[in-house]
Design a protein around this ligand. Structure first.
Ligand SMILES: Cc1ncc(COP(=O)(O)O)c(C=O)c1O
Length: 459
């Protein structure tokens, strides 16, 4: 039996969970079910989603930076409608829309970045950038940072600084090393031998826990790369398209990297799209001329729909001045969170730039409980506090957030850049409510255990 598209909407949540467990990822189905995270969301617009019971939720997660324009933005839907009868995939001819998106991306990118390679995701953009760096320099060593996240395909994973994601897949691609994030001396030690093709770095580490490096770090890294003849690849996949208060976060230090990776909001929150953009010089060395122009390709990369979404998305971000808006709203949110940090000891730190904000929780329970469990309680807090607070926000206040992948005791706030002050106030009040009711971690744990038990017994 095959389901028809019209039948899909009629499936109940328990039928969907069963299908997902049976045919997709059973572990994920269990995990989301346990914390009661999995709802039947049936509509989405702007910063909001609605479940099948008519409840409205505010999305403060924003698909990790893929929803800078919000859910289903009008401008992007209109662009997709306009091109819907054009050929979407036709490799025998140059894609009109890829040519135009290339031009537009170059217009908004740091000066000097020009040639684009289009693909379908962030990891693919990183793969392409790493290959371009190796081909352009003739060297193979790549330096990335501890705590970094660049994606989960083999090359991108080799640059991702978290053992948990790497270990089951080893051996990874040879030639990768890490340097401490934010530490130029360490980077210089790694670059000195002049055998490095590229240093790849996020302007702010997203999955690492919203980590902002010291001022001048990117600029210094660029200078070191030039001195030791390595390329600088900046991964703007999460920070790009206005998120941090500028079109691209690296602009804060006035630099032009040799290669920049983008994805997420490039597709306007609807189409999968990624790209790397590089200088004429790097492009010529890596892929210049007819002999090398097809060294790196992708069937769906540069398809009409994705590029039309990209053109509309960039225009909407520029026309609506979303980078400026992100700066203003981000300051407002961070100011509110800082007040809360001074009042609640379970908040260790709040930090961010623009609408890329993290709340880090205290994980040290110094009492008897931790000692008699041999440190297990602290380990539990480190792994689960972010998830517990995110669960409370979702189930108690209908606010969607999540913890960061490499640092689970940090929850990240990356709402669409169109978020309003009223919605930020609603979030701040909800957090106030959670922190005042759970003045210590133990109470929060207890409440979460009740949710988990509740969702187990309601099955
Ligand atoms: C900085 C950064 N690079 C790369 C990626 C990988 O992107 P994708 O999940 O589209 O492969 C991500 C995803 O979160 C990211 O945040």
């Amino acid at each position: 039996m095959l389901y028809q598209i019209d039948e899909v909407e009629k499936l109940s949540r328990s039928e969907i969970r069963k299908l997902y467990s049976e045919y997709v990822n059973p572990g994920l189905a269990s995990m989301l079910g346990l914390l009661n995270f999995d709802k039947n969301f049936i509509r989405a617009e702007g910063c909001y989603v609605w479940d099948s019971e008519g409840n409205k939720y505010i999305d403060f997660l924003g698909a990790y930076g893929a929803l800078n324009l919000g859910h289903n933005p009008r401008e992007v839907r209109e662009a997709l409608n306009k091109v819907s009868s054009r050929p979407n995939l036709l490799q025998a001819s140059l894609s009109t829309y890829a040519a135009v998106l290339g031009h537009n991306l170059s217009e908004v990118a740091p000066q000097g970045l020009k040639h684009c390679f289009f693909c379908n995701s962030g990891a693919e953009a990183v793969e392409g950038a790493l290959k371009a760096a190796r081909a352009a320099t003739g060297k193979h060593k790549i330096i990335s940072c501890e705590g970094s996240f660049h994606g989960k395909t083999m090359g991108a994973l080799s640059a991702t600084g978290r053992k948990k994601y790497q270990t089951p897949f080893s051996p990874l691609v040879p030639g990768f090393e890490t340097a401490e994030y934010g530490n130029l001396d360490d980077l210089e030690r790694k670059l000195k031998s002049k055998d490095v093709a590229a240093f790849i770095v996020e302007p702010i580490q997203g999955e690492g826990g919203i980590i902002i490096p010291p001022e001048g770090y990117l600029k210094g890294a660029g200078e070191l790369c030039r001195r030791y003849e390595a390329l600088l690849i900046v991964d703007e996949i999460q920070t790009g398209f206005g998120r941090t208060g500028r079109m691209f976060a690296c602009e804060a230090e006035g630099i032009t990297p040799d290669i920049m990776c983008v994805a997420k909001s490039l597709g306007g929150g609807i189409m999968p799209a990624g790209a790397f953009i590089t200088t004429l010089e790097v492009w010529e060395k890596a892929f210049g001329g007819m002999e090398k122009c097809l060294l790196h390709t992708s069937t769906f990369g540069g398809n009409t729909m994705a590029c039309a979404a990209g053109i509309a998305s960039i225009n909407a971000i520029v026309e609506n001045k979303l980078p400026e808006r992100a700066g203003e709203m981000g300051r407002y949110m961070l100011d509110g969170l800082k007040v809360m940090k001074d009042r609640y000891s379970m908040i260790k730190d709040v930090r961010g730039r623009g609408l890329m904000v993290g709340i880090e929780f205290e994980t040290a329970e110094k009492g008897l409980l931790n000692r008699i469990t041999g440190g297990a309680v602290n380990k539990f807090y480190r792994e689960f506090t972010g998830a517990m607070v995110a669960g409370e926000l979702l189930n108690g206040h209908r606010i969607i957030t999540a913890y960061t992948l490499n640092n689970p005791n940090v929850i990240r706030l990356e709402p669409p850049l169109i978020i309003t002050k009223e919605d930020i106030d609603y979030l701040l009040n909800a957090l106030e409510d959670i922190f005042s009711k759970n003045s210590d971690l133990f109470k929060l744990t207890f409440r979460t255990v009740k949710t988990v038990a509740g969702s187990l017994f309601s099955r």
